[in-house]
Structures are given as C-alpha cells and as structure tokens.
Ligand binder design. Structure first.
Ligand code: ADP
Ligand code: MG
Length: 268
C-alpha cells in the first residue's frame, strides 16, 4: 500500500514590527540559529535593504549579488539566491540595497503583493522553517512577507508607546488576512530588550500581557550587551557567547516556539 504523498512545505514566519530597532533582526538571526542547533533546517530571508541579518550572519557583499530583491522582481529563483552561513542547517537569502527602491518596481509587475509567496512555493523541500526579517515599515515588501507567511512573530520592545505601535501592526495583519492570506496567524509576541531595573519595562510587559494574553511568549529577551556586540563579529549571539543571558533567552524562545508548533499541529 502506498502512502498518499503530501507536498512538504516549511513553516514560514514573518518577523515583523514597523518600528526600527526593536529586535527583529536579532530575533531572526538568533532564533534561526537556535532552531538550527536543535536539528531544524532553517532559511532566513533578509528583506531589509539595510542588510543587517546578512551582515550579522557573516555574509560578504560579494555573496549578495543575487538577493531577495532579485527574487521579488522575478530575476532569479529563491534557491539560486540562497547561500549557506557558517552555521550548519542555516541558510540565508541575503538582501541588497536595491530593495530600498523596489516598491515602485513591484507595483508595475503582476501580483505585486504575492511575489514572495510565489517565489517561496518553489523552494527546495529541505527547510523546516523560513524566518523572514522584515524592514521597519508596513510597506509593500512587508506585505509580501505577510502574504507569504503562515504566521507573524512580533518582537516588541518594552518601551513607552509599544502598545500603540502594536495595534497598528495588528490592523495590517488583519488587512492582509482579509485580502491576501486568510490563514495568517500570530505565532507570538516576544518582549525584547527587557530591563529588570527599569520600572517602565515591567509596566509595559504587564500591559502587553493584559491586552494580548497567551499570544505573548513567556520567554522575555533581556537587554544584554553581548547581543549587541555579536553582529560586528558577523556571528549570532548564540555563537559569540552562548552562555550569556541573551543567548540563553533565545534558546528558551526556540523551545517555546517549537512547543506551540507541536500543539498547533496536534490540534489540526
Ligand atoms: P530591528 O531589526 O528591529 O531594527 P535589531 O535587531 O537590529 O532591531 O536591534 C536594534 C539594535 O539593538 C541592534 O544594535 C541590536 O544589536 C541591539 N539589540 C537587539 N536586541 C538586544 C538585546 N536584547 N540587548 C541589547 N541590545 C540588543
Ligand atoms: Mg532589522
């Protein structure tokens, strides 16, 4: 008897928040590394023209000739632009500066919001997880990420106005869900750069948990200088200093994410 074959599809998570500097790239890099470390095959897609995820994973500029930009405009396949990192089981689709002007080009092309989704449908079957590092904007590139994703993972910095930014982001997710991607979920909200000594950090964390309940991961990423040092060495914090509090928090976050994924799959 032959089993029916089901096309294997990775879980695609868009790491998104329209605010800059809240920990999107740090989360994409370190969560990706932690998932690879526990045996998952991971692709990080750098959709920010600044290319911080590419730099933080040690990708030289000569390895960025084919980038997420070329994939979005249809100039090359996702697989052809993907390069391995120094970390086993972790690949990256790097970014390049051309991404910054890409919106005007994209709207001239067919299905401008679905370019990434279509490109990722042709990915090789080896990936378990795709983490998309979004730009700090709710632009057409971010919409492409949300339209391609199964779920959104939101890093939220524990600071004043965090909730206001969040409600704007949730509205965008709702719009993408209604117009482009009815199955889009919120994987979770991760509180970043948490400072125990700062009362505001505590207050914001409490507020976010009150409003968003179980969507907020139990794991909180502390503010940790080792995390901010790592990118200048072209390494994830997890490789630069795996024992620091920040790295340990990302390992716990990966565990929590995998538990959520397992209970999701069990309920399906
Ligand atoms: P985004 O991608 O949302 O713009 P980044 O991940 O690039 O944010 O983080 C912004 C800056 O804050 C970077 O310099 C990064 O190294 C630093 N950073 C991120 N997370 C932490 C943390 N938990 N502790 C200390 N610095 C952090
Ligand atoms: Mg970034």
């Amino acid at each position: 008897m032959t089993e029916p074959t089901t096309a294997f599809r990775p879980r695609i998570l868009a790491v998104a928040n329209q605010k800059g500097g809240v920990g999107k790239t740090t989360t994409a890099i370190n969560l990706g590394t932690a998932l690879a470390a526990v045996g998952r095959s991971v692709l990080v897609i750098d959709l920010d023209p600044q290319g911080n995820a590419s730099t933080g994973l040690g990708i030289d500029h000569h390895q960025r000739k084919r980038s997420a930009y070329h994939v979005l405009v249809g100039a090359c396949d996702a697989a052809a632009a993907t390069v391995p990192t120094h970390i086993p089981r972790l690949d990256i689709l790097p970014s390049s500066v051309e991404l910054s002007g890409s919106e005007l080009e994209l709207i001239e092309l067919p299905t401008p919001q679905l370019r990434l989704r279509k490109a990722l449908a042709a990915l090789p079957a080896k990936y378990d997880y795709v983490l998309i590092d979004c730009p700090p904007s709710l632009n057409l590139v971010t919409v492409n990420a949300m339209a391609a994703a199964d779920a959104v993972l939101v890093p939220l910095q524990c600071e004043f106005f965090a909730l206001e930014g969040l409600s704007q982001l949730l509205k965008t997710i709702e719009r993408v869900r209604a117009a482009l991607n009815p199955h889009l979920e919120i994987q979770g909200i991760v509180l970043t750069m948490f400072d125990r000594r700062n009362r505001l950090s505590e207050q914001v964390a409490d507020d976010v948990r009150t409003h968003m309940g179980a969507k907020v991961y139990e794991t909180v990423i502390p503010r940790n200088v080792r995390i901010s040092e790592a990118p200048s060495y072209g390494k994830p914090a997890l490789l630069y200093d795996h024992r620091c509090a920040g790295s340990q928090a990302y390992i716990r976050l990966a565990g929590e994410l995998l538990r959520r994924e397992r209970s999701r799959a069990a309920a399906a």
